[in-house]
Design a protein around this ligand. Structure first.
Ligand SMILES: C[S@@+](CC[C@H](N)C(=O)[O-])C[C@H]1O[C@@H](n2cnc3c(N)ncnc32)[C@H](O)[C@@H]1O
Length: 273
């Protein structure tokens, strides 16, 4: 026992969120308030949660307390995706890689319908377990004058317009259109956002050098090859993130995100030799 408390506590999700983001790459680092996005948090039946939601109507925003269920590890120092490639203590970041991977997001509450909450933009991937909902109370929860340490410095540096333009070569454009039309997979906005800021190799941004000419950026289950000339980035090609032998391997293929889409993609655009 630790100070009278059990060293382990058990939490049970009250529900799971349904969002359009299947992979972590698609989710913002914090909710992008300008996006007209609708997400649904459906609370579990049989637990009287309908009653627990009483009186929440009228609050325009709620806090969600949730679990980074797709993570299995934590690190004392992490490399945040924004700003210079520099590690920071995890407790000075909002990184998902925490000893207790609890997420905290203030999100717009559009409507309560029975056990369902219709919510605005959020940074949770589809299926994320949610532990608690609390009303956001501006008089208690907002302290706009406080200092934000290293994040304020990074924000000030990012306030200047992006340094790079990002264009799609005809092949990459065709591939991206095909993915969106047939599979509702579209990572172009996030790709442009990341590459316009800084296309240089970076571990957390998952950018590596492929060869003398091209770089690669990981986009969830996919990746994109791009070139850089002066301040112009050109996305040249899109590729599945997994090799074909992996996608077909009975021991590995189950649960691979976007597997069907990747196999169909490879029929049209076979793997490079
Ligand atoms: C930087 S964290 C911030 C989360 C929360 N607003 C907070 O401050 O605690 C947001 C990122 O977590 C990742 N993410 C979202 N849902 C997740 C989940 N269920 N498991 C693991 N990672 C997740 C996505 O990559 C998203 O961009």
């Amino acid at each position: 026992m630790l100070g009278g408390l059990a060293p382990e506590l058990t939490l049970h999700p009250i529900g799971f969120i349904r969002t359009h983001k299947q992979v972590k790459f698609q989710a913002r680092h914090q909710p992008a308030e300008i996006e007209a996005e609708r997400n649904v948090l459906e609370l579990l039946p049989g637990a009287n949660y309908e009653q627990a939601l009483q009186d929440l109507t009228g609050f325009s925003r709620v806090w969600l307390v949730w679990w980074f269920h797709r993570n299995t590890d934590w690190r004392p120092r992490v490399m945040p995706p924004r700003g210079p490639a520099r590690r920071r203590g995890v407790f000075a970041t909002r990184s998902p890689h925490r000893p207790n991977p609890l997420g905290l997001t203030p999100v717009q509450l559009i409507k309560v319908e029975g056990r369902k909450l219709i919510l605005g933009p959020c940074d949770l991937v589809d299926g994320t377990p949610v532990f608690d909902i609390k009303p956001y109370i501006p008089a208690y929860d907002a302290f706009p004058g406080e200092s934000a340490g290293w994040i304020a410095q990074v924000d000030a540096a990012l306030a200047v317009p992006p340094e790079f333009t990002v264009a799609f070569a005809p092949l990459a454009e065709k591939q991206a259109e095909w993915l969106q039309a047939g599979w509702q997979i579209d990572f172009r906005p996030r790709l442009v956002e990341l590459l316009a800021r800084d296309p240089s190799p970076h571990r957390t941004r998952r950018i590596t050098r492929r060869d003398d000419r091209e770089f690669l950026i990981g986009c969830g289950a996919w990746r994109a090859g791009f070139t850089v000339a002066e301040n112009a980035v050109t996305v040249e090609v899109i590729e599945p993130g997994y090799p074909q032998r992996f996608l077909n391997d009975p021991a590995k293929r189950n649960g691979l995100p976007d597997r069907d889409a990747q196999l169909a993609f490879l029929e049209l655009w076979p793997e490079r030799a």
